[in-house]
Design a protein around this ligand. Structure first.
Ligand code: ADP
Ligand code: MG
Length: 272
């Protein structure tokens, strides 16, 4: 079983990428479990054709965790992808990472963490204990950083690289960096910038996902691109990502940059 996690800044395209990755892997005949670990709980929505599935945290709040079965939390979506949403606290109270911790405990107890590939879709703006859980306890073994060429998303990616580097020194953790996925925003010099960032943190850009209008069109139809436009170039980009990730055996311990270094090297890629 391969357990991978996508981390990145909010809004950068993790869930879109994760859902299409899962759909493409399922299309290859693999058994996939996708776990949304973002309080936004929309990770699996396109796989579920727009349905908001109940979150683990909501169910625990309503019934207590003794009365929850696998069927209450795992929902079958497009192409048989099994979907789970961790959920989050009610706004203003509680810790955002708690949903993830509770979800892992529950799925572990229900023996539901299985399949050929588990895809964790995790918010990376803050890498507090909860959000680091998938990498900390030996669940996610390969982390993929999703970023565009915008400085803020590179910033977040660098922070996640710091967390991976720190956690990789722990005994129980088996997490390593699988690579950097460039989810393009079509800004100048982006491809080269992300490529160089990946190299500097001792990793590599393993995929380039073009910015495409078809992503939004598919989203309005409440589908992944893989389902909505399977013959499109964009679907081909996600299928290539799926093959690369599934076959990836080269991972690394990242060497994050310090802020001065990050900012000065970013300047090299911007025309001023
Ligand atoms: P995250 O999960 O990182 O918060 P989402 O996957 O929800 O981000 O994506 C945020 C928005 O960006 C969505 O509306 C999505 O349609 C759009 N988006 C993501 N990737 C692409 C892409 N490659 N081309 C065009 N739009 C994209
Ligand atoms: Mg998301």
């Amino acid at each position: 079983m391969k357990q991978i996690a996508l981390y990145g800044k909010g809004g950068i395209g993790k869930s879109t990428t994760a859902a299409n990755l899962s759909a493409a892997l399922a299309g290859e005949g693999l058994d996939i479990l996708q776990i949304g670990c973002d309080p936004k709980h929309d990770s699996t929505r396109m796989l579920m054709h727009g349905t908001w599935i109940p979150t683990v945290l909501d169910l625990i709040r309503e019934r207590g965790d003794e009365n929850i079965t696998v069927a209450d939390v795992v929902y079958e979506g497009f192409c048989g992808v099994r979907c789970v949403e961790a959920g989050g606290p009610e706004p203003g109270i509680g810790c955002a990472g708690r949903g993830i911790i509770a979800t892992f405990q529950l799925l572990e107890r229900l023996d539901a963490l299985k399949g050929d590939v588990i895809v964790y879709d995790v918010l990376g703006d803050v890498v507090c204990g909860g959000f680091a859980m998938p990498m900390r306890e030996g669940y996610a073994q390969e982390i993929y950083l999703v970023t565009s060429g915008e400085l803020m998303s590179i910033y977040a990616a660098n922070n996640i690289a710091k967390a991976i580097a720190r956690l990789s020194r722990r005994v129980r953790s088996r997490c390593t960096l699988g690579g950097v996925i460039c989810n393009a925003k079509n800004i100048e010099g982006e491809r080269e910038f992300v490529e160089e960032f990946a190299r500097r943190i001792n990793s590599r850009r393993i995929a380039y996902i073009p910015r495409s209008r078809i992503v939004q069109v598919a989203e309005l139809q409440k589908q992944t691109v893989i389902e909505y436009a399977p013959e499109s170039d964009q679907a081909a980009a996600y299928q290539e990502l799926a093959r690369t990730v599934y076959g990836n055996e080269t991972t690394s311990i990242p060497t994050p940059l310090d802020m001065d270094e990050l900012e000065s090297f970013a300047l090299e890629f911007v025309q001023v």
